[in-house]
Design a protein. Sequence first.
Length: 255
Amino acid sequence: MTRTKPKVAFFDFACCEGCQLQVANMGELLLDVLGLIEVVEFREVMSEKGPEKIDVAVVEGSITDKHAIERIKKIRDRAKVLIAYGSCATIGGVNGMKNNFKLDDIRKEVYGDRFNYFDTVETKAVHQVVKVDYFVNGCPVYIPEFVKVLKAALQGIPYEVPDHAVCVECKLNENVCMYDRGVACMGPVTRAGCNSWCINNGNICYGCRGMVSNPNENGAMDIIKKYNIPMDMVINKMNMYNKCREIDKREQKKR
Ligand code: SF4
Ligand code: SF4
Ligand code: SF4
């Protein structure tokens, strides 16, 4: 008897589609995953549309207008399981920078005099609009983690995004700390799980996987003071990906 493979569909909202590209370029790992699933919709690699009911929706991008709100609710209704993947989807990501400004000012800047033709709303991560079952953080996603999460979703077992700092992985990889080079790095307050990808390649951590739930703020402040790093620079770097965190805090206060 042939077993039906789970139907998996990929969707994108406001984003650069870099995470879809990461998936499309997975190489041998993709073949491994394709053995387990039937991809029924994936705009970047095929033109077919999936059926009304799907097993897994894999969603990239943030929710930034009213149409997107309606669309993500429909996708949620179609899917047994929803995976948010990439920073845009899991934490709002770079699109969250819009929330630093008044919405009308943003629309005028982008669309000029005819800005009223184009609606916009406060940028939200997917879980701030509909229920999300699994999160794959990162800008772009770290493919070994994506495969792990997809397999967990297919087996119906939980996946917890690591909640310790990137510094832990960075130390295990024996990198020279960026602070010792006089450069601010967001590793001390950012969730691990990418194997300190950027620092291994000579860059800083920009905080793309979102903040740990209980950041060691005093420790981070000590480092910032010790190395004489301007505070506004650190806040701006952290806000580049994490501005939508304020929406979670606002919602928690209402409860
Ligand atoms: S998380 Fe980064 S790479 Fe992925 S879609 Fe958003 S901006 Fe692009
Ligand atoms: S601050 Fe950055 S460079 Fe230093 S240990 Fe942490 S992650 Fe690595
Ligand atoms: S090192 Fe930081 S910025 Fe780079 S992928 Fe990991 S969490 Fe993202």
